[in-house]
Unconditional design. Structure first.
Length: 320
C-alpha cells in the first residue's frame, strides 16, 4: 500500500470522526487579552457592587467586613466605578494595538462587543441599582433625597440602560466597517454612557468628604442641597443616556480628533477649560465632564432647531 493511499484513508477516518476539517483561524494574542481584560474589569465591578447590602447599614454603621478588611459601602462602589473606568482603558487599547499590529479581525470586533456588554451595559446598570436602592440607604447617608424612587422603577431603569447598551453595540457592529474613520459616533457610545454612571460614586463620595471637612459658613447647607438634587436626578440621567445611546445624535470621537486632527485654538481652549474645571471642582469633575459630553450635543441640536423655528431662513433678529 502506497503512502498516498495511507494518507487518504487516514484523512477519511478523521472526517468521519470529526467532520470536515476546516482551517483553524488564528487569533491576535495581545489584542484578545486586552479585550478579555475589559470583561474581567466589568465582572469585578459587578462583584464589588454586589458586596453592598442592607447589612452594611445595620445599627447606623456604614462599614462592612469583607474578608479581613473593613470597607465602607462608599469604598466598595468607588472600587466598582474605578474598575469600569479601567475597562475603558482596556477597551481603548485593544483596538489601537490591533490596528498598529495589523491584526484586526471580525472575531476581535465581535469579542469586543460581547465584553462591552458586560463592562458598559450590565456593570453600570447594576452599580446604579445598588447605589440608589432604598433598602441599602447609601444615598441617605450622603444626602437626604427629596423623593424616594420605588425599587421596581429603579430596576426598570437599570434594565432599560442594559438593553439600550446591547442594542447600541449591535448597531455599531452592523453599521461600522473597517474603512470607517471613527471620527464620529451615531448615538452616545456605551463607554461614555457607562462613564456617566460610574463617575457619580467617585464624585459624590469625594464631595461628601470635602463638605464634612469644610468650616466655611454656609458650605454644608449648599453642599447638602446640591447632593440631594444630584441623588434625585441620577435615575433620570441614567434613563436619558439610555435613550441617547440608541439615538442618531452625532457624537465626536474625542480621542481620535485630538490625536489625529490638527491642533487648533479651539482644541487648546477646550483642554485649558477642562483643566480649569478639574482644578475648581475636583470632586465633581468626572460627573460634570461626562454629563457635558452626553448632553451638550442634544442640547445644542435642540437649541438650533428652536432657533430655526423662531427665526426662519432669511429672517434676522432685530436689535433693539
Amino acid at each position: 500500500m502506497s503512502e498516498t493511499e495511507i494518507e487518504t484513508k487516514s484523512s477519511r477516518r478523521r472526517r468521519l470522526l470529526f467532520g470536515r476539517m476546516t482551517k483553524q483561524p488564528r487569533y491576535a494574542v495581545v489584542p484578545t487579552l486586552l479585550t478579555l481584560g475589559n470583561a474581567v474589569c466589568g465582572f469585578g465591578a459587578i462583584t464589588f457592587a454586589a458586596m453592598v447590602g442592607p447589612e452594611q447599614f445595620a445599627e447606623g454603621s456604614l462599614v462592612s467586613t469583607v474578608g479581613v478588611t473593613s470597607r465602607t459601602a462608599g469604598e466598595l462602589l468607588f472600587v466598582s466605578a474605578g474598575l469600569i473606568f479601567l475597562a475603558m482603558v482596556f477597551d481603548a487599547l485593544d483596538g489601537s494595538v490591533a490596528r498598529l499590529t495589523n491584526q484586526t479581525s471580525d472575531f476581535g470586533t465581535q469579542l469586543d462587543s460581547l465584553c462591552d456588554v458586560v463592562s458598559f451595559g450590565v456593570a453600570p446598570a447594576f452599580l446604579m441599582l445598588r447605589m440608589m436602592h432604598p433598602d441599602h440607604g447609601l444615598m441617605e447617608s450622603i444626602a437626604l433625597p427629596s423623593i424616594e424612587y420605588p425599587p421596581r422603577l429603579l430596576w426598570s431603569i437599570a434594565v432599560m440602560f442594559m438593553t439600550c447598551a446591547i442594542l447600541r453595540l449591535a448597531r455599531f457592529n452592523n453599521e461600522t466597517s473597517e474603512s470607517d474613520s471613527h471620527a464620529f459616533f451615531s448615538g452616545l457610545p456605551s463607554p461614555a454612557a457607562a462613564g456617566v454612571i460610574a463617575a457619580f460614586p467617585i464624585g459624590l463620595q469625594g464631595l461628601k468628604d470635602v463638605t464634612i471637612g469644610y468650616v466655611v459658613p454656609g458650605t454644608q447647607q449648599v453642599s447638602s442641597s446640591f447632593l440631594s438634587h444630584v441623588t434625585l436626578l441620577l435615575p433620570i440621567i441614567v434613563a436619558a443616556v439610555s435613550v441617547l445611546m440608541i439615538s442618531r445624535v452625532r457624537y465626536p470621537h474625542v480621542i481620535n480628533q485630538f490625536l489625529r486632527g490638527r491642533g487648533t485654538r479651539t482644541k487648546l481652549l477646550k483642554i485649558l477649560l477642562t483643566l480649569l474645571l478639574v482644578f475648581l471642582v475636583r470632586e465633581m469633575a468626572l460627573p460634570v465632564i461626562f454629563c457635558y459630553y452626553a448632553f451638550s450635543q442634544p442640547i445644542r441640536i435642540g437649541g438650533m432647531r428652536i432657533w430655526a423655528k423662531v427665526y426662519p431662513l432669511g429672517s434676522q433678529p432685530v436689535d433693539s
